[in-house]
Design a protein around this ligand. Structure first.
Ligand code: TYD
Length: 210
């Protein structure tokens, strides 16, 4: 049985990833794994403070990108790396692809600067660049997501962006997938919850078998 495993979950706001992340945590636990369920930005007390700022204060695009990566560094060093070292399954609600999608695609911030920051921040002591072993991308047309979000709670800074923003975010996820196709599983999220769950499990089982 495979042990340490790092899975990230991505998609535009409203894509419906939360219930499936919970489901997958149960799925892994029932197979005897210890699961660390976490999220970005956030996952440590300090990174949660950065999250609060990033999601609710307006700021310069570079500041926003740096804040996302600052939160990530804290999270990676204090939570993700130790959990992987203990042989756990780490399920992370968003990771660096979200920065490329939201700050890169949505905000139009320089893709190459983000790549530089990614290299700096995800360099871990064993001198390798930490990336998820698998990224599950819930791909949903922005128009459908907007409809789902319209009935949701009070929107944060990103959730209140127009549909064109989410189209750019969605396209940036597609670009990230093109850059690292073997890491990604693209899930068509515009289906029933059961059908999406079946696709999520299929993606995990396929990656598991590798
Ligand atoms: P989200 O993951 O959707 O959490 P919730 O379900 O509690 O709303 O919210 C996080 C928001 O932060 C989301 O709109 C995407 C944004 N975000 C970025 O802009 N850049 C990043 O690097 C990350 C990790 C998230």
């Amino acid at each position: 049985m495979r042990h340490a495993w790092f899975i990230s979950f991505e998609g535009i706001d409203g894509a419906g990833k939360s219930t499936h992340i919970e489901g997958l945590a149960q799925w892994f636990k029932s197979r005897g794994h210890v699961v660390t369920l976490t999220r970005e930005p956030g996952g440590t007390p300090l990174a949660e403070k950065f999250r609060e700022l990033a999601l609710h204060e307006s700021m310069d695009p570079l500041t926003e990108a740096l804040l996302m990566f600052a939160a990530r560094r804290e999270h990676l060093i204090n939570v993700i790396e130790p959990a992987l070292k203990r042989g756990e399954v780490v399920l992370c609600d968003r990771f660096t692809d979200a920065t490329f999608a939201y700050q890169g695609g949505g905000r139009g911030f320089d893709w190459n600067v983000l790549k530089l920051l990614e290299k700096m921040v995800q360099q871990v002591p064993a001198s390798r660049l930490r990336q998820p072993d698998l990224t599950i991308w819930f791909d949903l047309p922005p128009a459908v997501a907007a409809e789902r979000l319209s009935t949701a709670r009070v929107p944060d800074k990103f959730e209140s962006q127009p549909q064109s923003f989410f189209q750019a975010v969605r396209d940036a996820y597609a670009k990230r997938m093109q850059e690292a196709p073997s890491r990604f599983a693209q899930i068509h999220a515009d289906q029933s919850r059961d059908a999406v769950w079946a696709d999520v499990l299929k993606a995990v089982e396929m990656a598991y078998a590798k």
